[in-house]
Every structure is written in structure tokens, then in C-alpha cells.
Design a protein around this ligand. Structure first.
Ligand code: ADP
Length: 924
């Protein structure tokens, strides 16, 4: 939950950001893309433009070279034709006269006027030579050479000329060995028109220049050499031409020879150097112009096979961080010149504008961004403010403040949102009001219904209380007479005067009363079951005796019905165990009596055996109780429900005896013991009920071991016992049980009287009931315990019912032992033995064993004789009822006669008329 909330927070973005970012990104993207594309297009256009420009320049240079360098050859052609045709008189092979040579010179002079060349010459095999020169580019001079002989070394004369080309003044003389000059020898060697050489001109009288010299031999019709003619052309004019090209304003154009020598360039530096007054040609790589030399070096590197270049080549070269476009085209002519025209333009010449445009684009981009952001912020504010208003109002509504009205704005959609919100808030208000109203109504209804329920509950509780009170009363009322019946049955069982037949009857009385008690207990148990308040009160008991007495009850019933009853206890059962014997008996009686009840023919088998399992403690044994019958059986579909209260499986008439409670209670008890009752049954064949419980062995059984021998008395001093009970019959049962054994008994009918009697007689042990008027048993115990004399005296609390008082409560009050009614004689004896450290004397023991003196009637204070007459008459007549009536009357006379009256009552209950007569004799 928290995690998803935080995720939501991370994922959700503010509206402003959402509106601004895409807007800005769009604009930025569009402007950037357009800028980039136009930049790229510009770059491409620049490249194309540069290429076109360079190609155009190259072809311009190409055609200029074609036309310019054709001039010397054309002139040579003209002159050769003139010679062959005899127009120039050189045919006879004779030495020319001065005039003839001058005519030639003048002819050349004339040609000079028409053509911008530096030298036109004629060399004759005779060694004569004639030429016209224009060294300074303006003045035309004529050279006249006679055949060179060592004797006449100064064979060259240079004349200035007049405006008609006639030689005027000699300006210089010199030596010219015509036949050994390359202008003569090379064309002859080649036998055709050729370029003789490219050379630099070194004459301090004239500005330096370089020139190319074209020559050809002239033969007559017979193939005889007549002469060689040559024309030199000014190569600096090429550089001038290159400089005149537009491109040279920002780029470079230069012409290279195959060997890398620079022919011409557009740079302002000359394509040669003057060193020691000598003009020297240079390689392009050595050009004083840094761009030219760098470009040349790069060409050398990039195109090592430059001479094999047949067509134009484009390069891009980076120079000092600057990109240069480069175009190289070869230029050749038929006379053996092989040159390369190099044009180059730096990229930035064109890119400058484009770069400026790019900068503008970027600025525009930034500007657009800023504008977009500002517009975005305003737009988003404009949008967000009404939304925030709705949001704030929604939050207020969520916080419970429903009185929210959102005002509209200028945006249609948000206006309708605000309207919808207002409508919604209105509806919510209405709903809440309705809800509040119905809630209030509901609360009123709840209060009313609660009151009704409370009333019903009170009624139910009152009814339940009445039921509980009724049950408790009934329980109490039924138990009191039962205590009498059971008590006296036990007393009679022990009375030697009871004969065998009577004893059997007494036994049946005892068993039936026990059964009745069990029924009462069942009813009580049910009410306890309802409130989950059933507890177990375990104690040590003799297992075999316990089982035998339980079996006896059922055996009687079985025999009565003519059903066989087999009791099969295993030989290795433990002697005594620690368990709630009453509850265990209740379960067994229920199962056994069911078996007998639902069996008409055949038998009921009761098996009890130890189960061999490994127990945690050696003091615990698992015992299996199994009750099997050959009765009517239980339908399979009922097996599960018979353990529920009021569930009966069989036919109505069969169940008349039962209540349907037994198994429910039994199962509950066995569950409390840590197990469950199991059942298997076949309809019409019989049923088998069994359960296994882990039972602790009785810790020190020997001490309290019951014996079949009859206790007759005890050794040692006579012990005094005080019995406190508001029911005389209950007191009587105890008195009659214990007095014959030699105890001295005193009685009291409530706690207060008990307290007084105790202080008076100082008993050795007290047996007290719980519920009594004036003061109850527990309160009396508490008070007694505060007195030092009674701090340790054993007090047995004997409640009428188990539900009356809790064992723990009694122990807390100071009771030594808890012994509920109806009293079990042997149990009571065991308890007395334990608490008073008694040594029993059994029937048939030698006389030597002193029994506590029972004849203390001597102590009794008798009323005056007159009061005893009626009693005497009654006893003489054997009217026990009258005797008892008289005894009660005497009791009322004075408290001091109570003991006597009680004694009489006690003896009368035992029908011991002899003993009463003996008492009365004493008075007489
Ligand atoms: P009840 O008081 O009716 O016997 P129980 O709780 O003891 O109540 O038994 C519930 C029902 O289970 C009986 O009514 C009977 O239908 C059936 N039942 C119990 N034991 C047997 C048995 N041994 N054989 C046949 N039916 C039995």
C-alpha cells in the first residue's frame, strides 16, 4: 500500500513540467533539425560549388595554356614556312650578309609587334643566328650573330631598333656559339617541333623572368636541314593570368611540372627565387608561399603517382586546422609539356556565411527555447490554477468539508470541470445529509433494539438464574436425603447385626441410591456443560475395587434382563491410580448401562486392560476400557450425533428411560481426561464403545491402602471430632459412622455454633458443611485459623454438592481436605488416617491391641428422672419413633442434655435399645 503510494508519487509529474517540457522539446527539436539540415545542405552546396569553381578554373587555365602555349609553335610554323618558301633567304647555305640578317631581324621585330613573346630566333647550320628579343617586356632589340670562331669570340651584336624595326644603336656585344646551343641542337635531335627548355633569365639589366623555349628544325624538300627556328614565351605571364582569375582572391592556382618544379602560381610571390643575383626556379614544395608549399607537399603525399594522372582529381586537405578543397588536372600538349594545374579553395571562404547562419540558427534555437519556456510557464499556470482550485476543493471535500464551490475561469473545459465538481459536491452534500439522517435514525433504532435485547437478555438471564437456582436447590434437596440413604446403607453394611439377606438388600439400596446420585449429578453436569464449567477432582483409589463396584451395579440390571454380563479385567492392571473416580465411574456406568439397556439377548462384555505404549513417565499407564454388546446397534448415520446432548439414535420406546445426555457428558469427561470415546456399531448386531486414558499411578498407595478387613477402632488416645452441618441427618451419618470406631463426636448446626463448640471442646478434627445459616463453613474455618490453638487442626470441608464450592476456595480458606457428600465410608476413614496419623485396629485382631475406649457414656449429663419416664416407657415398649421424639424433647430442655439426647437418638437409629436401657439404668 505504502509502496504503491510512493511509486505513484514518483511517477506523477507536475502539470507545469508536463506542459513545458514537450512544448520546449518540440520547438527545440524542430529548430535544431531545420538548422542541422540546412547546415548540412549548405555544406553540401559549398562542396559542390567549390568543386564546380575549381573545375571551371581548371578548364579556364587549361584553355588559356592551350592557346597561350600554342603561340610559339604557331610562330615557329610561320617562320619555318617562310624559310622553306624562300621568303626568308636562308636557302643557299651560304653565309648571310649583314643586310640579310638584318632583314630577318626586322621580320622578327615585326612579328614581335603582333605577338607577346620574349624571343624569336633563327639558327643556321652555318653558325649564324638572328633574333628579336623583348627582355624587359617593352623594348624590342635585335640580335645579330655571325659564325662563331675562337678567333672572333665577340660574334653577337645587340641593336636597339627604330619604330620600323631597323637596327639603330649597338647596345651590347657577346659570344653565341649557335651550333652548340640547345635552341639549335635539341630541335635537330628531335627532328620535330618541341619544347626546348624552360629557363630562368639572368641579366642584371632586366627584371628576372622565366620563359619556355619552343623550337623546330626546318628542312628543304630534300630533307636537308635549312635552319632551326625558336620562339621563347614569357612564363611569368602565366602567373599574371592566374592572378587575374577570380579564385585567386581567396584560393590558390598553380601549375607544376611533372618533376614538381613550379611553373606559375596565383600567389603574389614569384614562382622562382633570386639568389646571388641569379634567378632560380624552385620546386612547388619550396615555394615561399606557405599555402602553395603545404598543398604541394600534401599532393606529393596523397598522389605519389601524380604523373599517371589522366583526369581531374579532388582532394580535401587540412592545413593549419583549415579544410581546403583541392582539384588537380593534368595538362599536356603534343610538344612534350606535361603539367598539372592545381586549384584550391579553403572551405571557410564559403562556410563562413554558413557558419554565421548556423550561429544564427543556434541563437534562434535558444531564443525559441526561452520563449517556449516562458509561454509554457504562462500556459501551464493558466491551466493549472483552475485545476489546483478543483484539487484543493476535492481535498477539502475528502477531509469532510462539503461546502465547496469552485469558481470558473477562461477555459471552457476547466469551466465544465468546475461545474461538474460543484454539482458533485452538491450531490455529496445531499447524500451526506441523507446519510446523517438515516444514521441518526439507525442509531435510535439500534438503541431501541439494544434496549429490547438487553431486556430479553435480562429476562433470559433471570430465567437462567432461576433455572440454576432451581437446579442447585433440587440438587441440594435431593442430595441431603441421598446422603442419609447412602450413609445409613453403608452403616448397615458394616453392622454385625445385619444378616446376609439383609446385607444384600442394603447393598441394592446403596447401589440404587448411588445410581440416583449419578442421575442427579448428570443433570447438574448438563448445566455445567452448558457453561463449560466441569472440572475433574482426581484422587488415589483402588482400581480393582472401583471396577468391581461399578460392575456390580450393572450386573444386577443385566441379570434382571436375562443378558449375560462378562467382566474381563486384565491381570496386569495397576493396583491403584490417581484419577477422578466419580467421573470415571460416571462414564463407565453410562456406557455399561447403555449396553445393557440396548441389549435384549446375548451378552455385554466389559474389558479393562493396560495398553502397551511408551509413556513419558513410568508413573503413568494407558488403560483401555471397552464395552461391547450384542444389542440393537446404532445406524451408521447416527454414529456421529449420539455424542451430542439430547441425541438418541433408536426408537422412541427404547429411549424412554434415557435423556440423551449420558454420552454427551461422558464424552466431555473423557475429553477432559485427554482422550475420546470411540464407537463401532453394526445395526442389529451390536456396538462396541471404548476409550483409552493415560492414568497416573497412585503415588503412595500403601499409606491409604484400603483393605477388605473391617476397621473396628484405632490405637491410642480417644480423638474428638466436631461435625458441623445444618442438616441433622447429615451429622447423624457421620456420628454413626465414626462413634462405633471409638471417636468422641460433638455436633453443631451452623458455623457460629461450630466455632463456640470448637473453643469449648477443642476437637482433634473438624468436619464441616459449607452452606449454613448464621455463618458458613468456610468463614468459620477462616476465623478458626486466626486463633493460634486452631492454626493446624485438620478441617475437612464436606460440601453437599461439588458445585457449591471450589476445592481451591476451600483450601484457600484454610481447609486441610476436600471431601464432598455423599460420604464414602472407606474414603473418609482413609482421610482420617491421613490427617490424624491413625493406626487402625481391624476385626479379629488379638485383644492385646487396645481399642480406644468407647464407653464414655459415664460422662453424659442425664436430665432428672421425671424427664426420663416417657423415654423409659417408649423404650420398654420398643417404640423407636417415640424414643426419638422424647430425645428431641429432652434436647430442648437444656443445652447440657444435648449430648445425652444425641446419644439416645444415635442409639435409636441403630435400634440399639439395649444400650438405651443401659443408659437409663444409670439415671435410676
Ligand atoms: P440415553 O440416556 O438416551 O441413553 P445416551 O447419551 O447415553 O443417552 O445415548 C444416546 C443414544 O445413543 C441412545 O439414545 C441410543 O440411541 C444410542 N446408544 C448409546 N449406546 C448404545 C448401545 N450400546 N447400543 C445401541 N444404541 C446405543
Amino acid at each position: 500500500m505504502n509502496k504503491s503510494l510512493s511509486l505513484l508519487k514518483i511517477r506523477s509529474l507536475p502539470l507545469q513540467l508536463l506542459l513545458i517540457v514537450p512544448f520546449v522539446l518540440q520547438i527545440f527539436g524542430a529548430v535544431g533539425l531545420v538548422g542541422y539540415v540546412s547546415f548540412k545542405n549548405g555544406e553540401k552546396a559549398v562542396q559542390d560549388l567549390a568543386k564546380q569553381l575549381m573545375e571551371r578554373t581548371s578548364s579556364q587555365v587549361n584553355s588559356h595554356l592551350d592557346s597561350y602555349l600554342a603561340i610559339p609553335h604557331q610562330l615557329n610554323q610561320i617562320n619555318a614556312s617562310a624559310i622553306r618558301m624562300g621568303l626568308l633567304n636562308v636557302r643557299n647555305g651560304q653565309d648571310l650578309t649583314l643586310n640579310q640578317r638584318k632583314t630577318v631581324g626586322k621580320f622578327f621585330w615585326q612579328q614581335m609587334q603582333a605577338y607577346d613573346v620574349t624571343y624569336i630566333s633563327l639558327s643556321l647550320p652555318t653558325g649564324e643566328f638572328a633574333g628579336a628579343a623583348r627582355y624587359d617586356g617593352k623594348t624590342v632589340t635585335i640580335d645579330d650573330v655571325v659564325t662563331y670562331t675562337p678567333s672572333k669570340p665577340e660574334n653577337l651584336t645587340t641593336y636597339l631598333t627604330d619604330q620600323d624595326g631597323n637596327p639603330t644603336k649597338v647596345t651590347a656585344t657577346g659570344t653565341w656559339d649557335t651550333l652548340n646551343e640547345v635552341v639549335y641542337t635539341e630541335p635537330i635531335k628531335a627532328g620535330k617541333s618541341i619544347w626546348v627548355r624552360i629557363y630562368s633569365f639572368n641579366d642584371p639589366a632586366y627584371p628576372p623572368y622565366i620563359a619556355a623555349s619552343a623550337g623546330r628544325p626546318v628542312y628543304d624538300a630534300n630533307g636537308k636541314l635549312l635552319a632551326t627556328v625558336a620562339v621563347d614565351i614569357h612564363l611569368l605571364k602565366l602567373s599574371e593570368f592566374l592572378r587575374s582569375l577570380d579564385i585567386s582572391r581567396f584560393g590558390q592556382v598553380f601549375i607544376l611540372e611533372r618533376n614538381g618544379m613550379l611553373v606559375a602560381n596565383s600567389a603574389k610571390q614569384q614562382p622562382f627565387v633570386v639568389f646571388n643575383k641569379e634567378t632560380k626556379r624552385i620546386k612547388a614544395t619550396d615555394s615561399p608561399n606557405p599555402v602553395v608549399s603545404a598543398l604541394a607537399k600534401d599532393i606529393q603525399k596523397s598522389l605519389p603517382n601524380l604523373h599517371s594522372l589522366t583526369h581531374g582529381e579532388d582532394l580535401k586537405i587540412k592545413l593549419q586546422g583549415q579544410l581546403h578543397y583541392l582539384h588537380i588536372t593534368p595538362w599536356r600538349d603534343q610538344y612534350g609539356l606535361e603539367w598539372f594545374i592545381v586549384t584550391s579553395v579553403p572551405e571557410n571562404t564559403f562556410m563562413a556565411q554558413i557558419n554565421a547562419n548556423t550561429r544564427t540558427t543556434i541563437l534562434l534555437c535558444v531564443g525559441a527555447l526561452a520563449v517556449a519556456i516562458v509561454v509554457g510557464i504562462f500556459t501551464s499556470r493558466w491551466l493549472a490554477i483552475p485545476i489546483l482550485r478543483v484539487n484543493k476543493a476535492s481535498q477539502a471535500v475528502a477531509a469532510g468539508d462539503l461546502d465547496q464551490i469552485v469558481t470558473g475561469g477562461n477555459i471552457q473545459e476547466l469551466n465544465s470541470l468546475a461545474n461538474s465538481f460543484n454539482q458533485m459536491a452538491g450531490k455529496l452534500r445531499e447524500s451526506f445529509t441523507a446519510l446523517e439522517t438515516s444514521k441518526a435514525e439507525l442509531e435510535i433504532r439500534v438503541v431501541e433494539r439494544t434496549a429490547q435485547l438487553q431486556q430479553a437478555k435480562d429476562i433470559a438471564e433471570a430465567a437462567n438464574r432461576t433455572k440454576s437456582e432451581f437446579l442447585a436447590n433440587m440438587n441440594h434437596e435431593l442430595r441431603t436425603p441421598l446422603n442419609g440413604i447412602l450413609g445409613y446403607a453403608q452403616i448397615l453394611q458394616r453392622d454385625p447385626a445385619t444378616n446376609a439377606k439383609q446385607l444384600k438388600g442394603v447393598n441394592v439400596i446403596y447401589q440404587c441410591a448411588s445410581h440416583l446420585l449419578t442421575l442427579i449429578n448428570d443433570i447438574l453436569d448438563l448445566s455445567k456443560l452448558e457453561v463449560q464449567k466441569m472440572d475433574l477432582y482426581p484422587q488415589d483409589f483402588h482400581l480393582a475395587n472401583f471396577l468391581a463396584s461399578t460392575v456390580d451395579i450393572c450386573r444386577v440390571k443385566a441379570e434382571h434382563k436375562g443378558v449375560e454380563f462378562h467382566y474381563q479385567p486384565a491381570a496386569n492392571l495397576p493396583t491403584a491410580i490417581h484419577a477422578d473416580d466419580k467421573r470415571l465411574r460416571q462414564v463407565l456406568l453410562n456406557l455399561l448401562s447403555n449396553a445393557v439397556k440396548f441389549t435384549d439377548v446375548g451378552k455385554v462384555t466389559f474389558r479393562v486392560e493396560p495398553v502397551d505404549v511408551l509413556m513419558e513417565s513410568v508413573h503413568i499407564r494407558r488403560i483401555r476400557f471397552q464395552i461391547k454388546d450384542t444389542g440393537i446397534g446404532i445406524p451408521a448415520d447416527k454414529l456421529a450425533t449420539i455424542f451430542l446432548p439430547f441425541e438418541q439414535a433408536g426408537k422412541r420406546e427404547r429411549n424412554i428411560e434415557g435423556t440423551g445426555l449420558g454420552l454427551a457428558i461422558s464424552q466431555q469427561i473423557v475429553e477432559k481426561m485427554g482422550s475420546r470415546i470411540q464407537v463401532e456399531s453394526v445395526l442389529g448386531q451390536g456396538s462396541c464403545f471404548w476409550f483409552e486414558v493415560d492414568l497416573p499411578l497412585a503415588s503412595d498407595w500403601r499409606l491409604t491402602q484400603a483393605t477388605d478387613e473391617k476397621v473396628m477402632g484405632y490405637q491410642g488416645d480417644r480423638r474428638k471430632i466436631l461435625v458441623i452441618d445444618d442438616h441433622p441427618e447429615n451429622r447423624m451419618v457421620v456420628v454413626n459412622m465414626l462413634e462405633p470406631l471409638g471417636f468422641k463426636l460433638a455436633e453443631a448446626n451452623n458455623g457460629q455454633a461450630g466455632l463456640d463448640t470448637a473453643l469449648q471442646m477443642r476437637p482433634d478434627l473438624i468436619i464441616t458443611d459449607v452452606h449454613m445459616s448464621i455463618m458458613d463453613g468456610l468463614e468459620m474455618t477462616r476465623r478458626l485459623r486466626q486463633l493460634s490453638d486452631f492454626a493446624t487442626i485438620p478441617i475437612i470441608v464436606s460440601p453437599a454438592t461439588l458445585s457449591e464450592v471450589d476445592m481451591q476456595q476451600s483450601l484457600d480458606a484454610g481447609c486441610s481436605s476436600f471431601f464432598p457428600k455423599p460420604l464414602d465410608f472407606n474414603g473418609l476413614l482413609a482421610e482420617l488416617q491421613r490427617l490424624l496419623q491413625l493406626q487402625w485396629v481391624y476385626e479379629g485382631l488379638p485383644e492385646s491391641c487396645p481399642i480406644a475406649n468407647t464407653d464414655d457414656d459415664a460422662d453424659l449429663l442425664l436430665p432428672p428422672l421425671a424427664e426420663l419416664t416417657a423415654l423409659n416407657t417408649a423404650i420398654q415398649g420398643g417404640f423407636i419413633g417415640d424414643v426419638q421424639q422424647e430425645a428431641h424433647r429432652i434436647k430442648q430442655l437444656a443445652p447440657e442434655y444435648t449430648a445425652f439426647a444425641n446419644r439416645v437418638l444415635e442409639l435409636s437409629q441403630r435400634f440399639d435399645d439395649e444400650a438405651i436401657l443401659r443408659l437409663l439404668k444409670r439415671a435410676v
